[in-house]
Design a protein around this ligand. Structure first.
Ligand SMILES: [Zn+2]
Ligand SMILES: [Zn+2]
Length: 343
């Protein structure tokens, strides 16, 4: 079968590899569509820790269960349409009994396994990490699996932090793969959403998503300070450190920075004033992907057409490197997907 493999850091090729067969509690899934995430690009370029090569890419997808391994039948059936990947982290396994798993945070489980390898014709996946989807969800909505889930879990933190609906919150990187979901979900939850991105084309898109305000990053600080004297929270999906610094500056007293995007290591570190943090009562609460129950909640919202996926680019598997270039240059809004693995 065909699959995209990182042969060495910086070099991604489409190769013929053996079709997997499902092991214990696994299901073999024929992949219909896969979303292309910034994380795939970061991994391919070795922007974070450099993973040992070769390794497969891709961690958000929709497909059909074709075969079951022993023990999988209690969780999923042959022919089921499923969404899978969970943003990679814990997308392939979690133990279910450690303190993190029992607290609904399998992504922190010491035994969690990453799921990569969705840029191919087939993948064998741990059945408990699969979420069955109804017909109302189109194959094109594969980006719900990482971008959607990650945005959903981050926005839900606003509730957990006790920030009431109606309060102003900023979404930084609002036109991107994750941000475009976060704007819709934060609106759905009743927040006053200030969508921040760069350039008129992206801001027009942010307005269409339903943001109360679409503001250019260069004007955001002045706008937020004069209109609201700061936001209750900044959700940051940027891949640039400047986005996180802006998010921090936008906070009002007692505000919360929610960093979600993972910039490459060469972006450096964000300087945080401990003095400001303590005197202003600020908090930093990070958010990493989401869990399978949150995936089920999001699937319901998407099936009810309350959260929509905006596809900015449709490609076949052979075009992956080209899409990576376009992603680097910010050439499209929303998400890119692969819908043909044979070409
Ligand atoms: Zn991702
Ligand atoms: Zn665990």
């Amino acid at each position: 079968m065909r699959a995209a493999i990182v042969e060495e850091i910086g070099k991604v090729s489409v190769k013929d590899i053996p079709k997997p067969s499902p092991g214990y509690e696994e299901a073999l899934v024929k992949i219909s569509t896969a979303g292309i995430c910034h994380s795939d690009l970061h991994m391919a370029l070795g922007d974070w820790q450099k993973a040992p090569t070769p390794f497969p890419l891709g961690h958000e997808g929709i497909g059909i269960v074709e075969e079951l391994g022993p023990g999988a039948e209690g969780f999923i059936q042959k022919g089921d349409r499923v969404i899978f990947g969970l943003g990679g982290t814990a997308g392939a396994y979690w133990c279910g009994s450690c303190e993190y798993c029992l607290a609904g945070k399998p992504m922190l489980c010491p035994k969690q396994q990453y799921l990569f390898g969705i840029f191919g014709e087939y993948i064998s996946v741990w059945a408990k990490a699969l979420v069955k989807i109804p017909d109302e969800i189109d194959d094109k909505e594969a980006p719900l699996a990482c971008a959607g889930l990650t945005a959903y879990s981050a926005v839900k933190k606003l509730f957990q932090l006790g920030i009431s609906p109606g309060k102003p919150v900023a979404v930084i990187g609002a036109a991107g793969g994750l941000g475009h979901y976060a704007v819709q979900i934060a609106k759905l939850f009743g927040y006053k959403v200030i969508g921040i991105d760069i350039g008129p084309k992206k801001l027009e898109f942010v307005k269409q998503l339903g943001a109360d305000y679409a503001v250019d990053a260069s004007e955001a600080l002045k706008f937020v300070k004069t209109e609201f004297r700061g936001v209750y929270a900044s959700l940051v999906f940027s891949s640039k450190m400047a986005g996180f610094e802006l998010g921090f500056k936008l906070l009002k007293m007692g505000g919360v920075l929610i960093p979600v995007g993972l910039p490459s290591f060469n972006e450096g570190q964000m300087p945080v004033s401990l003095h400001a943090l303590i005197i202003k009562g600020l908090q930093i609460v990070s958010s990493l992907v989401g869990n399978v129950e949150e995936m089920r909640e999001l699937v319901q919202l998407a099936a009810d057409k309350k959260v929509k996926t905006h596809i900015g680019r449709v490609a076949n598997l052979s075009e992956l490197n080209q899409v990576f270039e376009e992603l680097k240059e910010g050439k499209f809004v929303g998400r890119a997907i692969i819908d043909d693995f044979l070409k």
